[in-house]
Design a protein around this ligand. Sequence first.
Ligand code: C2E
Ligand code: MG
Ligand code: MG
Ligand code: MG
Length: 282
Amino acid sequence: QADLAMYQAKASGRNALRFFDPEMQAVVVDRARMEGDLRQALHNEELRLYYQSQVNADGCIIGVEALVRWEHPARGMVSPAEFIPLAEENNLIGPIGTWVLETACRQLARWAQSSTTEALDIAVNVSPNQFRQVGFVEEVQQILERTGADPRRLKLEVTETLLMEEVEDVRSRMETLRCMGIRFSLDDFGTGYSSLAYLKRLPLDQLKIDQSFVRDVLEDPADAAIVRTVISLAHSLELDVIAEGVETEAHRQWLFHHGCVAYQGYLFSRPCPVAELALDAH
Ligand code: C2E
Ligand code: MG
Ligand code: MG
Ligand code: MG
């Protein structure tokens, strides 16, 4: 890629200057270094799985979302918003996704041993590229067998992007996983471009209202209208609905008043290591 940039720089003559802008070069070098580091991250055991609680109308924890973190030796905790896209571009999403699933399933198996935690679900984010990889379904099956996790406690969070291409193939994979007991949540709902017809055709269990709509729901009538619509759409299609990014009691009350009875957000807890989860609190 560097060679190509060089070639293009030379070929474009005067514009070459742009490619040697020191600031831009620093960005490119930094990115290349991150890519190399990410390749090593799994091997060096630098990934951490954090969990954020999901609660019901009584404030009781009903499950968690697993959110990956990268503890970089020099940079500290790197956000998945930063390295997941990088992993997607560099064919690293497969192995990282596998690690996340396996770690979450091991946690489920551990929770199954105690009556206070046995009913908790874990929601795991699955990237479109990961879901479409050859052998994904078989891999999930193997991980469940290896860890002994109950598939009925596992929820996969997919995004609308996944639903835009090869719908038939995606649908049949979802069907297979659902027959095993796994459930599906449609993450960041409303931010993508998917057609409402997919909602009817795909075996979904839950809509997850994106935090960008939740954030201003109290002040912005348009956001309020969108959230109300998503909630009633979910009810009409007999899907569960959960709101993400719930930061204040006023938000929670508004959502409850409009029929949304599952919540995730800083109001209840930040994503944290499993040991810090308040599993008996409400
Ligand atoms: P997401 O799946 O939509 O996850 C929700 C994000 O919102 C998380 O950011 C979470 O920490 C943050 N959040 C939760 N509650 C609140 C709140 O009350 N207020 C605000 N402002 N933010 C809140 P995080 O952990 O940085 O993850 C960002 C994104 O990275 C995730 O968005 C997801 O798309 C992706 N991601 C995280 N872990 C994984 C993973 O294991 N695999 C894949 N493929 N993607 C992942
Ligand atoms: Mg998610
Ligand atoms: Mg989300
Ligand atoms: Mg989001």
